[in-house]
Design a protein around this ligand. Structure first.
Ligand code: AMP
Length: 217
């Protein structure tokens, strides 16, 4: 199964991709997670990406494409993968098609549809474990009162790019650069729309039904 998850930041792609990874045993690959790890570790990539990420802009296509070429060549991707946060521009989508070739082409792109008001509400109330990446929400899924992650004991933080000001610029970048990928996959007859504003369990159930339908084809 080779899937792309499309949607604005905060549309719930990451949550469902992590769950699917456990369900199907194929890796969930988040370019945002890879970049955040590089920033924490202070690598060359991390140094280049840090200030760009804090501002809500996109890291250059060149860097991201090189990173993904390397990642998709690793053995754990042989049986498939779920791409979360990549591609984010048409140039990335075209490079992805070229690097996979017809034999390993993307099978489906699933678009997580959520209104802008809901995205803003979700992102500004999102909290993240700095250690394991587990996502909480102060409105619907609050972290433990101790401030330590319930999974790993790490510190719960608000990502710098989840502040209201940066969220608005991330949404603008999303509309300009990433939203056109919907049409890109629609033209390839690979686009599926998921009603992602529903509670997380309902989205999961719809996603499961959608994937079961795809596998039956
Ligand atoms: P995310 O965790 O997917 O919301 O990504 C956080 C930030 O990492 C984005 O706002 C970008 O600055 C950067 N980033 C992640 N994925 C990409 C990508 N495919 N292309 C360019 N920048 C990216």
């Amino acid at each position: 199964m080779r899937l792309v998850f499309l949607g604005a930041p905060g549309s719930g792609k990451g949550t469902q991709a992590v769950w699917l990874q456990g369900r199907f045993g194929i890796p969930q690959i988040s370019t945002g997670d890879i970049l955040r790890k590089a920033v924490t570790e202070g690598t060359e990539l991390g140094k280049k990406a840090d200030s760009i990420m804090k501002s809500g802009a996109l890291v250059s296509d060149e860097l991201i494409i090189a990173l993904m070429r390397e990642r998709l060549g690793q053995p754990d991707c042989a049986r498939g993968f779920i791409l979360d946060g990549f591609p984010r521009t048409i140039a990335q989508g075209e490079s992805l098609d070229a690097m996979l070739g017809p034999a390993r082409a993307i099978q489906s792109a699933i678009f997580f549809e959520v209104s802008e008001a809901e995205i803003i509400r979700r992102l500004t109330s999102r909290r993240t474990c700095a250690q394991c990446g587990r996502i909480y929400n102060i409105l619907s899924d609050p972290p433990p009162a101790s401030g330590a992650c319930g999974s790993c004991g790490g510190a719960i933080i608000q990502r710098k790019d989840d502040s209201e000001e940066t969220v608005l610029s991330r949404l603008k970048v999303y509309e300009e650069k990433t939203a056109p990928l919907k049409e890109f996959y629609y033209k390839q007859k690979k686009l599926y729309i998921l009603r992602a504003e529903q509670p997380v369990e309902r989205v999961r159930a719809e996603l499961e039904a959608l994937l079961a339908g795809l596998q039956a084809v």
